[in-house]
Ligand binder design. Structure first.
Ligand code: FAD
Ligand code: DHB
Length: 394
């Protein structure tokens, strides 16, 4: 089989790239290791920056998001028994975020690209490795129905997440990696109950971090900081609600509606960056190239900004025979990645319990008091949270 751009992975980054290229008449094949249903059902991110929302509109996959997504103009931060609000528009020249689940984005992109436009995506077809990426004809070796096959391409987009094979196809002396593991995880619960507040609540509490998020006016997504070795089996629904309410300010805890879980899972927290993101004709995008702890809701949005740069670079190549943007992809994408890695690390450090040190805790509370009472502090949080701008790339 041969195509123009071979894409490994049918997560948000692979689907978005395929859809954008298809609209420009550039052919792609997506190879995905899992089934379509499995990929669609994974509960992950929920907050979309304007840059990503605009890219979904450009991909003509943003109609349902614009109809059903919730526009949020601020977040709440709870600490020391108080609840403080950070307003986005007043601190960012009018910017906002959209609350719309990754499951919905994945569904919308699959429907638009595969069902309606007839784009090719091969599920249950795991890539094994990428070869010849330093030539003009790179190849993806993959498996399908127990047979080994080969996809020949002009370019390969490694959109196969943190555990994917695209990055692993690079010899270790040609790639530099940076990483940090945080000494805790997030226990997340999805439930069909109305959210406790209209906007998200990020909580710094002496028992540990908590987050009140949502997917709609009737579906809530809550998280609590847990230990690294904790297991979902250790938690009943009642125990989760009890622990969540203990970490919220009393007036918010009193408003929590409890209900049975639709899903419960544990997410470990890591920062990871690979440099560079381009190796000849192989490009890494999204979680394949970098991951952040979820605290600032940046993982999915970074996948989108990588695709913004990669899509434009591929378009310049196919429409204008230009290679300069392909050569600048890694640098441009990484500049934005590192800023989000920094913000996610800082925001994680500000809100989580790392140890029992009383001095550390007082410093966190003091920093939160400063940030939420100063215009400069509120601007720092707001402008990072709504998402730093994409660079012009043309
Ligand atoms: P992925 O969504 O990981 O997609 C990669 C795809 O590649 C997958 O479908 C995978 O099956 C496929 N694949 C892997 N290996 C192969 C192979 N060899 N061959 C073929 N296909 C392969 N971000 C937030 O902003 N907020 C959150 O709350 C949040 N929660 C998260 C919870 C979890 C458990 C995880 C793992 C991530 C979370 N993220 C969150 C991050 C966010 O979901 C990711 O940044 C986003 O999914 C990245 O999209 P992607 O398409 O780059 O990678
Ligand atoms: C969600 C996850 C986040 O990491 C975050 O910062 C905000 C919201 C969510 O899953 O809804």
């Amino acid at each position: 089989m041969r195509t123009q751009v071979g894409i490994i992975g049918s997560g948000p980054s692979g689907l978005l790239l395929a859809r954008l290229l298809h609209l420009q008449g550039i052919e792609t094949v997506i190879l995905e290791g899992r089934s379509r249903e499995y990929v669609q059902g994974r509960i992950r991110a929920g907050v979309i920056e304007q840059g990503m929302a605009n890219l979904l509109r450009e991909a003509r996959a943003g109609e349902r998001m614009d109809r059903e997504g919730l526009v949020h103009e601020g977040i709440n931060i709870a600490f020391d028994g108080r609840l403080e609000r950070i307003d986005f528009p007043t601190h960012t020249n009018g910017k906002v975020v959209m609350v719309y689940g990754q499951t919905e984005i994945t569904y919308d992109l699959m429907k638009a690209h595969i069902d309606e436009a007839g784009g090719i995506a091969q599920y249950e077809s795991p890539a094994i490795r990428v070869e010849d990426y330093h030539t003009d004809s790179p190849r993806i070796l993959y498996e399908q129905n127990g047979e080994q096959k080969e996809l020949l391409c002009d370019f390969v987009a490694g959109c196969d997440g943190f555990h994917g094979v695209a990055r692993q196809s690079i010899p270790s002396d040609q790639i530099k990696t940076f990483q940090r593991t945080y000494p805790f995880g997030w226990l997340g619960m999805l439930s069909d109950v109305p959210p406790v507040r209209d906007e998200l609540v990020y909580v710094n509490h002496e028992r540990g971090f908590a987050l009140c998020s949502m997917r709609s006016h009737t579906r809530s997504r809550y998280y609590i900081q847990c230990t690294m070795d904790d297991k979902v089996e250790n938690w009943t629904d009642d125990a989760f609600w009890e622990e969540l309410c203990r970490r919220l300010p009393p007036e918010a805890a009193a408003d929590v509606t409890r209900g049975p879980r639709l899903e419960m899972s544990i997410t470990p927290l890591h920062s990871f960056v690979a440099e560079p993101l381009r190796f000849g004709r192989l490009f890494l995008a999204g979680d394949a190239g970098h991951i952040v702890p979820p605290t600032g809701a940046k993982g999915l949005n970074l996948a989108a900004s990588d695709i913004y740069y990669l899509f434009r670079a591929l378009l310049a190549y196919y429409k204008e025979e230009r290679r300069d943007l392909l050569e600048r992809y890694s640098e441009a994408a990484l500049r934005r990645v590192w800023k989000a890695v920094r913000f996610s690390w800082w925001y994680t450090s500000l809100l989580h319990k790392f140890d029992d040190d009383a001095m550390n805790r007082r410093l966190q509370i003091s920093e939160l008091e400063y940030l939420t009472s100063s215009e400069a502090g509120q601007t720092v949080i707001a402008e990072n949270y709504v998402g730093l701008p994409y660079e012009r790339f043309e």
